[in-house]
Ligand binder design. Structure first.
Ligand code: CMP
Length: 139
């Protein structure tokens, strides 16, 4: 076990539906510490840069449009094995395939409006954290 950081984004649907409190409660009850927080409305270019790895995918333009459609809450979380534990709590990308009790099963409405993002590896977590936060903003 190792203490690790990951990046999560409560997406526009989660913010709009009023799920911020419920999602943070799940995270804190599961022993994630919030190390940084920022609420932003992403520009198209900021969302496109964040999801650049998906730029060849058919859903890229819709994803960028959606992620810049309203405010998002971006958090840096720290916990033992944070990357994989967060992804377990989030559930599958498609909420129809997500396990009972997971965040996406509870709150998400579609594969696009899937309420929450979580880094997929420790290496990408470092890149994603650096995309949104500088050293002074991390406690
Ligand atoms: P996320 O974990 O933030 O990473 C990439 C996002 O692209 C993913 O969540 C979904 O919101 C979105 N996504 C992935 N696959 C599809 C798909 N087949 N159709 C639409 N959006 C998708």
């Amino acid at each position: 076990m190792s203490l690790e950081r990951t990046l999560t984004i409560i997406k526009p649907d989660g913010v709009e539906q009023g799920n911020i409190g419920d999602i943070i409660q799940v995270l804190e009850k599961n022993h994630f510490k919030i190390k940084a927080a920022k609420m932003l409305q992403l520009t198209n270019s900021a969302a496109g840069g964040f999801y650049a790895v998906h730029r060849e995918r058919s859903f890229f333009n819709d994803l960028v449009r959606y992620m810049s459609s309203g405010p998002v809450l971006i958090l840096v979380l720290e916990a033992e094995n944070a990357v994989s534990r967060l992804r377990d709590l989030m559930g599958a990308t498609d909420p129809r395939k997500a396990a009972e009790g997971t965040i996406r099963k509870r709150f998400a409405t579609s594969i696009e409006k899937n309420v929450i993002h979580g880094s997929d590896s420790a290496e990408n977590a470092k890149i994603e954290i650096g995309y949104f936060f500088n050293a002074l903003e991390l406690v």
